[in-house]
Design a protein around this ligand. Structure first.
Ligand code: Q46
Ligand code: ZN
Ligand code: ZN
Length: 317
């Protein structure tokens, strides 16, 4: 197996590109694909200050490394979700990476800074853990980016993630979500620009990149993700990809090129900045009264912390 660029010994095959690469040229491929996604979708301008949402997993740490390598002023933000030992270990991985690379890391801890954690919020509000978690992340990342004067928030969603979400939204023809599934969401009053620079790269490529770059990420998944329907969609797409390499890329890229605009009419009003009021607690633009985040805090912050459970069963921390 030889590198298709330098003919030296290859360390990885990328079936989608029908090619093998040595470590140096594979890392260059990943960097080039990231730069291409950024340029193609006008995600960032040279010199932009970017806040990277880092979880300690492979995608977000690789993204931080890549944006730094590509010359952006990229700082990290880690959110302590209070999900037992998983949160302790993911926080430690992020801190170790930032220290080793001399990068600036900001941290927000849900329990210390806002008086609740994800398991408690989920139990008290009867939302799924991922729904309470997602709402907290969106609000706190937006707030940190605006307060810190960042040009954009970057997240590590990769091609596998985006194709799985697209698959799920298409299966149920959730046109409202289809209309908003774009790798860049422009800034609007009260909300920063949001970008996903890894949409041209798959999960396997991100894991290989971390290994080759010596990035120590946490392999364990969040225990609350168990049973998440996106995992099933990923498996289904992996089977299709194994038989027909390039299918995921064609599915997702084809959607962006030829279909997403057709759903524009289905976008909810607030996607276009139709919020007409300001939250009476925190001031963010909202449709009326108190924003969803402040309502969540109000209910969860005073509650007795609950043990880490999923569907009523305890999870080993
Ligand atoms: S961290 Fe949060 Fe994920 Fe865990 S609770 Fe769900 S959304 S699975 S990316
Ligand atoms: Zn090579
Ligand atoms: Zn609010």
């Amino acid at each position: 197996m030889k590198c298709q660029v330098c003919r030296g010994p290859a360390v990885i095959d990328v079936r989608r590109h029908n090619a093998n690469f040595c470590a140096e040229h594979f890392c260059k491929l990943v960097r080039d694909q990231t730069a291409k996604a950024i340029e193609e979708h006008e995600m960032l301008a040279p010199g932009d200050r970017v806040l990277v949402a880092v979880s300690g997993g492979k995608d977000s740490l690789a993204l931080w490394d890549l944006l730094d390598e590509l010359g952006y002023e990229a700082d990290g933000l880690y959110l302590g979700l209070g999900i037992g030992g998983y949160s302790d270990r993911s926080g430690a991985a992020v801190r170790a990476f930032a220290t080793r690379r001399g990068l600036t890391l900001h941290e927000v801890d849900l329990r210390a800074d806002h008086g609740y954690d994800v398991p408690t919020a989920a139990a008290v509000t009867r939302r799924s853990p991922c729904s309470a978690c997602g709402l907290s992340k969106r609000h706190l990342f937006d707030r940190a980016a605006l307060e810190g004067g960042y040009d954009a928030v970057a997240t590590g969603h990769n091609l596998d993630d985006e194709a799985a979400v697209l698959f799920g939204n298409t299966l149920r023809w959730q046109t409202e979500y289809l209309a908003r599934q774009h790798p860049v969401l422009p800034a609007r009053p009260g909300f920063p620009r949001k970008v996903k620079p890894l949409v041209r790269l798959g999960e396997r490529e991100m894991a290989a990149y971390c290994v080759l770059r010596g990035i120590d990420y946490i392999v364990e998944e969040c225990p609350m993700a168990e049973g998440n329907k996106h995992l099933g969609y990923k498996e289904a797409l992996n089977e299709i990809e194994a038989r027909s390499p390039g299918s995921k890329q064609a599915f997702y890229a084809g959607f962006l090129a030829r279909a997403v605009d057709r759903f524009a009419d289905a976008a909810p009003d607030h996607a276009e900045g139709g919020e007409t009021a300001s939250c009476d607690r925190c001031g963010v633009p909202t449709t009326s009264g108190t924003c969803a985040f402040c309502r969540l805090v109000e209910r969860a912050a005073g509650a007795q912390p609950v043990a880490l459970t999923r569907k009523g069963r305890p999870i080993d921390a």
